[in-house]
Design a protein around this ligand. Structure first.
Ligand code: CO
Length: 294
């Protein structure tokens, strides 16, 4: 039986500064209670003022979760302690598993022009927090785009897009324990789309151009507001104007979270250990692997 999801609560993004002074719209993660298990943080960056992004993110550590960077415009270079380099370019995605530890930088490779995109922090369950660090770069060509009629479309970055008429499009990221669904929609004025969301998975809608209606529920969700949804099996989005939005969903982990900056663990003792490991230079010890999605 279909059970439509509606809006349960709204988190309005606020402008914050992170890295060496990059201007960001942060919704999830603004405060520690503003999370949606397993999503820890959602940042949207977007500016054509170089001063808003040029300082970038100099080397910094992470432990205990995954970071997902989706570039809409611009060019950043990822470098990490393993000697990896990854170019983040328009339409590409970097899926990085910090696991036990990674030290990386993300620096702009442009002096001017538009830099726009998202960084999502996705938690790992306790049994995976100390696994080896890894990352995968997805080129725009690896991310399927499905036409929704007219000029409307959806890009499927992670999980399966299952439309109400039964068609399925699989994204390149599959097989993770939180089963993330990561969708990017462009909808024309007057268009509506209905699709499945797994029962029990937490989900949100984040418009970043224009505003969108969830079902026929009013008022519409304004841009840069994360609309957290009720549980259910189906989501219907209606665009009264041209809109771009993300839909994110994943299986909640249901474990305690202790966060200290870029370290996200289950207990205070594990955070203390992460800080000690970082100070001792052993945060990243352990073999690196290359990620393969099944
Ligand atoms: Co980082």
């Amino acid at each position: 039986m279909m059970n439509q999801r509606v809006v349960r609560s709204i988190i309005k993004a606020q402008t914050v500064s992170d890295g060496a002074g990059v201007k960001i719209q942060r919704s999830l993660g603004l405060q520690q209670h503003l999370r949606l298990d397993p999503f820890l943080m959602l940042d949207c960056f977007g500016s054509d003022e170089a001063s808003d992004y040029i300082a970038g993110f100099p080397p910094h550590p992470h432990r205990g979760f995954e970071t997902v960077t989706y570039m809409l415009a611009g060019h950043m270079l990822h470098e990490d302690h393993l000697g990896n380099q990854g170019h983040l370019k328009s339409g590409g995605v970097q899926w990085m598993t910090a696991g036990r530890g990674i030290i990386h930088s993300e620096m702009p490779q442009q002096q001017s022009g538009l830099m726009q995109g998202f960084q999502l922090w996705l938690n790992l369950p306790a049994k995976e927090k100390m696994k080896a660090a890894a990352y995968v770069d997805l080129t725009p060509e690896q991310i399927p785009q499905l036409s929704l009629g007219g000029n409307s479309w959806v890009k499927v970055i992670a999980g399966d897009f299952i439309s109400a008429d039964g068609g399925t499009v699989k994204g390149p990221v599959q097989g993770l324990s939180t089963a993330p669904l990561y969708l990017d929609f462009s909808l024309n004025a007057g268009d509506e789309v209905s699709f499945s969301l797994p029962q029990g998975h937490n989900a949100l809608v984040y418009p970043f151009v224009g505003e969108v209606l969830v079902g026929q529920q009013t008022p519409a969700i304004p841009r840069h507001h994360a609309a957290v949804l009720t549980d259910g099996t189906q989501l219907t989005l209606t665009a009264n104007e041209a809109v771009r939005l993300l839909v994110l969903a994943a299986k909640p982990i249901g474990e305690p979270i202790v966060q200290y900056g870029p370290f996200v663990m289950n207990t205070v003792a594990e955070i203390d250990q992460a800080i000690r490991d970082y100070q001792a230079g052993t945060l990243t010890d352990g073999a690196a692997t290359t990620l393969h999605f099944s």
